[in-house]
Design a protein around this ligand. Structure first.
Ligand code: NAD
Ligand code: ZN
Length: 342
């Protein structure tokens, strides 16, 4: 089968031929229906040797939807033939975090994290999944729309669920309207926000943000601060979700924050923020840096998609085109999510 593999740090992945994996006890084999391309993959491939706790080579692709075509012994045959969304955090299922339903913070994940992040992922014709615990049934859904929900949508859902009780009447700012950000806007829309501002330097991303329910858009986070200050009910934002995470956006997030407000840093752009009392951040601030999402978050976002609350905007590519699609993502040319259909 074909697989897009990372073979050297700091280099683009290569499309190579590898054997189709054979499921052993407890494992299943999926025929990949669709796999999303995440900006995190660019951070991974750009890493110098030693930064990521992963051994090379491995197949990229951590947003995967497929159909179960084979199963090892001990797997309930009911899974065969089912379309599934893959929960890519391949947690241990036994540690305290897993027992509490916080699989994304599994204590055993000190090296490879899961699908396409240290273990072979879904940018291939087939994907081996180590346990049916990592599958969420998604019969009948369009695999292209579904794939982005397994990371972009799942991470956004994890963030929005963590803000439960903080959104009613709040002013929120979303920085970065790409794969994750455009889904976060949709997940925030049902909340009773006072005001939702989206920030993105790309004009088409700002147009998309307005269509998805943003009350205002700006090209840069500093302009969002100005826009909020000019409002009668000014005083900054109660919630800032930063899907970029560069030094520039994180500084702006701090400047935007209202007293008692929360900054959620999702983007891995290398920025930092000083968490110190009585300095730059307003009284009562909170800062969080969540990672991916739980299995329950995935079930929820898949259910929200089934009822039309959330719908990924996608651009579709073949596996041969995947390297070019990554280049397009890097250049900021993708609207919503790039999805590969092998
Ligand atoms: P993307 O490339 O699809 O979207 C990023 C968006 O940010 C683009 O629309 C871009 O125009 C915009 N942007 C760039 N610079 C900006 C700036 N200064 N101000 C405002 N907007 C700006 O990326 P993505 O796949 O959505 O991922 C976003 C980030 O989240 C990446 O850093 C990725 O690694 C990270 N990520 C984190 C998690 C997690 O669990 N914490 C999960 C997935 C992705
Ligand atoms: Zn665990």
């Amino acid at each position: 089968m074909r697989a897009l593999r990372l073979t050297a740090w700091g280099s683009p992945p290569e499309l190579v031929e590898v054997p189709v994996p054979r499921p052993s006890a407890g494992q299943v084999l999926l025929r990949v229906g669709a796999a999303g391309l995440c900006h995190s993959d660019l951070h991974v491939m750009d890493s110098p040797p030693g930064r990521m706790p992963y051994e090379l080579p491995f197949t990229l692709g951590h947003e995967v939807v497929g159909t179960v075509v084979d199963a090892g012994p001990e797997v309930d045959p009911v899974w065969l033939g089912r379309q599934v969304a893959v929960h890519g955090v391949w947690s241990c299922g036994r540690c305290r975090a897993c027992r509490r339903g916080r699989e994304n913070y599994c204590f055993a994940l000190t090296g490879p994290v899961g699908c396409g992040l240290g273990y072979d992922g879904g940018l291939a014709d087939y994907l081996l999944v180590p346990d049916v615990r990592h599958l969420v049934a998604a019969q009948g859904a369009d695999p292209v729309r579904l794939a982005p929900l397994t990371d972009a949508g799942l991470t956004a859902q994890h963030v929005v669920r963590s803000l439960d009780g903080e959104l009613d009447g709040a002013t929120a700012v979303v920085i970065g309207v790409g794969g994750l950000g455009h889904l976060a806007l949709q997940l925030l829309a049902p909340a009773d926000l006072a005001c939702l501002v989206a920030v993105d330097p790309r004009a088409d991303a700002r147009t998309l943000a307005i269509r998805l329910g943003a009350d205002a858009v700006t090209a840069d986070a500093a302009d969002a601060a100005e826009w909020l200050d000019d409002r009668e009910d000014g005083h900054g934002a109660d919630v800032v979700i930063d899907f970029v995470g560069t030094p520039e956006t994180m500084r702006a997030a701090g400047d935007l924050l209202a007293p008692g407000g929360r900054i959620v840093v999702v983007g891995s752009g290398g920025g930092s923020i000083e968490v110190a009392k009585g300095r730059d951040l307003p009284r009562g601030f909170a800062v969080a840096a969540p990672f991916w999402g739980t299995r329950r978050d995935l079930e929820e976002v898949v259910a929200l998609a089934a009822t039309g609350v959330v719908r990924a905007e996608t651009e579709t590519f073949t596996l041969d085109e995947a390297p070019a699609a990554y280049a397009r993502l890097r250049a900021g040319g993708v609207r919503g999510r790039a999805v590969v259909v092998p």
